[in-house]
Structure formats: structure tokens, C-alpha cells
Design a protein around this ligand. Structure first.
Ligand SMILES: *Cc1c(COP(=O)(O)O)cnc(C)c1O
Length: 222
């Protein structure tokens, strides 16, 4: 089923959109089924779970951290994480930079934006992001690279609202690219999940984060 699900989703995605398989709460055997048909990008939202899977599974897997990240946990993933989607403060960026330096590498990051109506979702406003990237402290960070933006739309059946939220994230991306990151490496818009990824792709997504439509419903809410 997992392999069939991936094939079906891949057929609906343009070639330039990355399918990130969100494997949180799922066993390593599920990840290996996806791996066997060529998936190399997996998303996790808990540091400890990601570290365990990283240790056991093939080393050519690219691990994406998509959940809220506490500064005191950055050190556990700094040696291997491929992309951190959930950067929402200067303090976190400074910590990622410091830990990346210890491993003599540059860690790619996305700035997470709050685009949904729910108050519980993490993320920056455009104003807050501009304050960060315009600051002298930010300019000193040499071991992080901002590759783009990430956001989660509201949980709602109102597809027009979801579309507007994705358009908002795209406009944030365009503004940041024009004003602060006029470089080819600033190119990712991580938006779209199982229920709304088709809308996200229509609105310019470059990374869709899909869990339940690949691996089935999760056992417990996370
Ligand atoms: C769990 C999760 C997803 C995947 O959600 P599905 O609805 O199962 O596709 C995507 N993004 C984030 C940030 C998540 O936490």
C-alpha cells in the first residue's frame, strides 16, 4: 500500500516539487518500503524519534525536521539533519549556527510562517522575519543558509481560505527573495499536506509534506 500510495501521489506532482514523506510515529519498516522505491527525503517532528531512525536506517536518507525545535535539542541533529523547516526565532538560528559550526557544516533552514487562523500553530509574521534577517546578528551567521519558507494552512474544508493562506505564504516568499535573498539558493516553499497539497502545488509549493496519505492514519495525535 505504501508504495502504491507514493506512486499515485508522484503522478500528480510536477517534476520540480519534492515529495517529503512524513514518517513521524511510523515504524522503520514503513520507511524502508518507501526507501525501496526511491524515496530519500523523510520528515519527522520529534528530535529523539528522528535521531533513532537516523541511527538505524541507510545513511543516504535526507532527514527533514518539520516540528517545533527547542534550542537545547539542536545539538542532537546538527551533524546530519538535511533541512530544518521550522525556524521561528533568531535565538534558534543562532543555536543552529553554533552547533553547525562544531560539525564544520552549513545547515539549510526554512523560516516558518504563521499563515493559519488557528492560534496554536507556530511561526513568524513577515514583520518579525524582516526584523530577524535585517539584524546585524543574522548577518554574522555563517553556518546556516536560509533556503526559503514553510507554513501550514488552517484545518478547514474551506478550500478558498486554504488557497488564500498559501497565496499569502507565496507572497511572503516573493518579498523576502526580492528584499533579502536575491540568490538561487533561496527557492523553497514548503507547503501542503495530505489534505491540501494539490492546492499548495497550484499556488507554488516546491516541497509537499505528506504523511497519512502515504503511511495511513497515525495512531495518536501528535
Ligand atoms: C504531521 C505533519 C505533516 C503531515 O501531515 P499529514 O496530514 O499526515 O499529511 C506535514 N507537516 C507538518 C509540519 C506535520 O507536523
Amino acid at each position: 500500500m505504501i508504495q502504491e500510495n507514493i506512486h499515485k501521489i508522484q503522478q500528480t506532482l510536477p517534476a520540480n516539487v519534492l515529495l517529503l514523506a512524513v514518517s513521524k510515529t511510523k515504524p522503520e519498516s514503513d520507511i524502508m518500503q518507501a526507501y525501496e522505491i526511491g524515496c530519500r527525503d523523510f520528515g519527522e517532528n520529534k528530535v529523539q524519534e528522528m535521531v533513532g531512525k537516523y541511527e538505524h536506517l541507510p545513511k543516504d536518507i535526507r532527514w527533514h525536521l518539520i516540528g517545533h525545535l527547542q534550542t537545547n535539542k539542536v545539538k542532537y541533529i546538527a551533524s546530519f539533519v538535511s533541512l530544518i523547516h521550522s525556524v521561528d526565532s533568531l535565538n534558534l538560528l543562532e543555536t543552529i549556527d553554533k552547533e553547525a559550526k562544531k560539525h564544520n557544516r552549513v545547515i539549510p533552514c526554512l523560516l516558518q510562517f504563521h499563515i493559519a487562523t488557528e492560534e496554536t500553530k507556530f511561526g513568524l509574521s513577515l514583520d518579525e522575519a524582516e526584523t530577524i534577517v535585517a539584524s546585524p546578528e543574522f548577518k554574522n551567521l555563517k553556518n546556516i543558509e536560509i533556503r526559503g519558507v514553510m507554513g501550514m494552512a488552517s484545518f478547514t474544508d474551506n478550500t478558498e481560505q486554504v488557497r488564500k493562506e498559501f497565496q499569502h505564504l507565496k507572497s511572503i516568499f516573493d518579498t523576502l527573495r526580492t528584499k533579502y535573498f536575491p540568490v538561487d539558493s533561496f527557492k523553497e516553499i514548503s507547503m501542503g499536506m495530505s489534505e491540501d497539497y494539490q492546492i499548495a502545488v497550484e499556488e507554488g509549493s516546491t516541497i509537499v509534506r505528506i504523511g497519512s496519505s502515504i503511511f495511513g492514519a497515525r495512531q495518536y495525535a501528535v
